[in-house]
Design a protein around this ligand. Structure first.
Ligand code: FEO
Length: 164
């Protein structure tokens, strides 16, 4: 059985994951409107992954006999200044999510909640990947500056992302 504090924190994390999906979907719309369809597709797949993250925690709460209480999702940004600004936001966002996962893990340690610790290990690894990926794309976009040809090359590369 889940204790109330851990359950609340897990429900909060479900909200953060769905919020992430919403943010990435908005980013996808931005790229689609800019005719950067590779980046749009990349962001849409990312949004799908975030929903999977939310559902992993959703299922975990239910498997433990807990209570899922879905929360309101706030509005994401609807305008972005540039492709680089989008990936800067994505990277900053993932760093916040990492912090939130680490706080959740620390709580599970304090509460001696071993199953939650094990479940969160997947998320800890995943956050390393997510930060690495968004930071690498951000660095590439910084490198290309205002070159449309180079931007299109990055867009092609982003189109090749597997999944979803
Ligand atoms: Fe679910 Fe991008 O962290």
């Amino acid at each position: 059985m889940l204790n109330a504090t851990v359950q609340q924190a897990l429900n909060d994390q479900i909200q953060k994951e769905f919020h992430s999906a919403y943010i990435y979907l908005s980013m996808s719309a931005y790229f689609e409107a800019e005719n950067l369809t590779g980046a749009a597709s990349w962001m849409r797949k990312q949004a799908g992954e975030e929903q999977e993250h939310a559902l992993k925690i959703f299922d975990f709460i239910l498997d433990r006999g807990g209570h899922v209480a879905l929360q309101a999702i706030s509005q994401p940004a609807a305008e972005y200044a540039s492709p680089l600004a989008v990936f800067e936001d994505a990277y900053a966002h993932e760093r916040k999510v990492t912090q939130s996962i680490h706080d959740l893990y620390a709580l599970a340690l304090r509460e001696n909640d071993y199953p939650t610790q094990v479940m969160l290990q997947w998320f800890i690894d995943e956050q390393v990947e997510e930060e690495k990926t968004s930071s690498a794309i951000m660095a590439q976009l910084k490198m290309v500056g205002d070159s449309p040809a180079a931007l299109l090359m990055i867009d092609r590369q982003l189109a090749a992302r597997a999944g979803g």
